[in-house]
Design a binder for this molecule. Structure first.
Ligand SMILES: [Zn+2]
Length: 175
């Protein structure tokens, strides 16, 4: 058994992790820290590296893949939580219940919000509901009002009625 291939799956959590992972790669046979990369190729989103241990001379393979960085949501109380697409889809689904809006359209809205937010690394709940409302407005006014009533903070019934009134004037202008 001279050629035993050892595969290590390394999940790198952040950029620091990538650097650390590349600098220190312990030999799985003798546990020595210094191994040399003899071949490197990128395949199916993974970096495959063939390595050789400088002490025992054994070879092994590592596969490295980058975990998608986390997207954070800034809540009204100034705390952060990870972006939860399923939760957003649930909120949107509630708003479009029994309305002529398909599940696909809902998922598309959630995908679009996620793609918009990713380059920024974070998004606030207020921004999420504003974008969602902008998109719902084009699809269905009842869904728009339902979503607004749950997700937007209205300081009074009058403010809420104003929002609906605005929507109505928009509708009239379109016709
Ligand atoms: Zn070794």
């Amino acid at each position: 058994m001279t050629f035993i291939d050892f595969c290590l799956i390394i999940i790198i959590r952040d950029i620091y992790g990538i650097q650390k992972g590349e600098q220190i790669m312990r030999c799985p046979y003798c546990d020595y820290e210094d191994t040399k990369v003899i071949d490197s190729r990128f395949n199916e989103g993974k970096q495959r590296r063939r390595r050789i241990c400088t002490v025992c001379g054994k070879r092994f393979t590592t596969y490295e893949s980058i975990e998608r960085p986390e997207l954070l949501v800034l809540k009204k109380n100034n705390t952060y939580e990870p972006f939860d697409k399923a939760k957003l889809i649930r909120g949107l689904s509630f708003a479009v219940k029994k309305r002529p809006v398909s599940g696909q359209e809902i998922v598309r809205i959630a995908d679009e919000i996620e793609s918009l937010a990713f380059p920024m690394g974070q998004i606030s709940t207020a921004q999420i509901s504003d974008i969602a409302l902008e998109k719902l407005k084009k699809l269905d006014s009842v869904a728009y009002v339902r979503f607004a009533s749950v997700n937007k903070e209205f300081d009074s019934v009058e403010r809420f009625l104003e929002t609906i009134e605005l929507l109505r004037t928009d509708d009239v202008q379109k016709k």
